[in-house]
Ligand binder design. Structure first.
Ligand code: OGA
Ligand code: CA
Ligand code: FE2
Length: 490
């Protein structure tokens, strides 16, 4: 015990004795006012001290209890959530209390053991870091592959891309822009010339027709468009073309399936309650593989099964679009209170399953995987178009051979550094190389997450409040799945 504590103890000991002297007894028998006023003084002092001690104790109590509350709040809201953010979702904001696990690739070639089914360990190999891409052999058993292909056949597969629509010519007539305006919009690098890739990119997006540089030169020759034969179109040359000359030329010549962005057939298989056990098992295994909250996987798109015939392909693309401030996700539109022309599927992860081993071709190509830099312009250079999976798969940085039962998965978005979805990963560019022999069967499981945490949370809350049958419709709200309204039946 220290000296000051001793002194405090001594003080405590003396005060009660003084207080116990009954002042009124003394008052009745006292004649000297000095005695009375002294005892009165002591009584007042004692009460005063007790009062002060009580006030101090109260202040300490208030201070410590509010401090604890603050501490528990900041634990719930990493990244400094506002005090009102801890309140339940009747308010505007949800607490950011969920973060998404992102698997560490370590380095290319690194193999990690993963536990996906009881009593068995799978090996997961890192194929690239940009995008973060893994391969898991034997993810599906032969029986599971067979059941998925059979269920898809039973349901029926539809063309993945329709042939050039009749409405296309109408669309061209409606185009209310002058040739100068169109020229300016197409001239991305604004050098006053239309390079091959400036035209090719446009026709792929607008018409879904995949022209090669040769095709384009053929069209120029057919229309006598490139007068000085330098492979470029200047404004004068462009003006001489009528607005629908291109489309007209293509339609006359006829477009083959092999000249589309994608040549395959596909269908969707529901994986929720009541679905075939194999489909539910696959969903469960994907949840374990990705280590994401089960609700997020449950509310994602159904399983897409794709079949490529011999000669089939899918040119390089990204499975999901970029994130702008105005971007809305198809799956959370229900919870968005804005309308926007920027809508994308927000597929955070792609899990791709090979359902058969292909006799020839059909690799999945990642043209720019682990490239030191990414340069959109250098993807299409003169005669080499790295996006063309019918011709240039051999020039891709990475190719995965389809092997029955193998799964590959990758992240289409980077992390935001705070445990949620960030920017689109431009390196996630990939495509299906042309199948040179036999057929190719794959399935896609896309995990949809809204990069806007609040919107994802609001969506999940809304779906959880719906009656059971209706909440099963959650994934069906995707535009693509709306096309086939019967996907829940399988
Ligand atoms: C897809 C896809 C690749 C492949 O279906 O989106 O990219 O190898 N498929 O079939
Ligand atoms: Ca140009
Ligand atoms: Fe894809």
């Amino acid at each position: 015990m220290t000296g000051s504590q001793d002194a405090a103890r001594a003080e405590e000991d003396t005060t009660p004795t003084l207080r116990l002297q009954p002042p009124c007894e003394r008052l009745s028998g006292c004649h000297k006012s000095g005695v009375c006023s002294r005892s009165y003084f002591w009584v007042v002092m004692v009460f005063f001290h007790v009062y002060i001690l009580n006030v101090i104790a109260l202040l300490f109590y208030v201070h410590y209890s509010s401090g604890q509350e603050d501490a528990s709040r900041s634990r719930d809201a990493p990244g400094g959530g506002r005090p009102d953010a801890a309140r339940p979702p009747s308010g505007a904001e949800f607490v950011r209390d969920v973060s998404l696990t992102r698997i560490d690739g370590i380095r290319v070639g690194h193999v990690q053991k993963v536990s996906l089914v009881a009593g068995k360990a799978h090996e997961m190999r890192t194929l690239s870091l940009k995008p973060l891409l893994f391969e898991i052999p034997g993810f599906l058993s032969d029986d599971e592959c067979r059941v998925v292909m059979q269920l898809a056949q039973l349901k029926g597969l539809m063309e993945s891309q329709l042939m050039v629509q009749d409405g296309q010519e109408e669309l061209a007539k409606e185009l209310n822009l002058s040739p100068e305006e169109i020229f300016n919009l197409l001239d991305i690098n604004q050098d006053g010339q239309l390079q091959l890739h400036e035209i090719l990119t446009h026709s792929r997006v607008r018409d879904g027709i995949w022209l090669t540089p040769e095709n384009l030169r053929e069209i120029y020759a057919g229309l006598n468009a490139d007068k000085n034969n330098d492979g470029l179109l200047n404004l004068k040359e462009f003006r001489l073309l009528s607005s629908d000359a291109f489309q007209h030329f293509l339609l006359q010549r006829g477009v083959k399936r092999s000249q589309l962005v994608r040549n395959s057939r596909h269908t969707w298989l529901y994986q929720g309650e009541g679905a075939h056990q194999v489909l539910q098992d696959i969903k469960e295994r994907v949840t374990r593989l990705t280590r994401l909250p089960p609700t997020i996987v449950d509310l994602s798109e159904p399983l897409q099964v794709v079949r490529y015939e011999e000669g089939g392909h899918y040119h390089a693309h990204r499975d999901s679009g970029p994130v702008y401030p105005e971007t809305a996700c198809t799956h959370t539109l229900l919870a968005a209170n804005t309308s926007t022309p920027f809508e994308t599927s927000c597929r955070y992860i792609t899990v791709l399953f090979y359902l058969n081993s292909v006799d020839g071709g059909g690799e999945t190509a990642f043209p720019v995987a682990d490239n030191r830099t990414y340069d959109e312009m250098s993807l299409i250079q003169n005669d080499v178009d790295l996006l063309d999976t019918r011709r240039n798969c051999d020039k891709s940085n990475l190719r995965v051979r389809p092997t029955k039962g193998t799964a590959v998965f990758w992240y289409n978005y980077l992390s935001d550094g705070k445990g949620w979805v960030g920017e689109q990963d431009e390196y996630s560019l990939h495509g299906g190389c042309v199948v040179t022999r036999g057929t190719k069967w794959v399935a896609n499981k896309w995990i949809n997450v809204d990069p806007d945490y609040q919107r994802q949370a609001r969506y999940q809350q809304l779906v959880s409040q719906l009656p059971q049958e209706e909440s099963d419709e959650g994934p069906a709200l995707n535009a693509e799945t709306q096309q086939s309204s019967v996907h829940q039946e399988l």
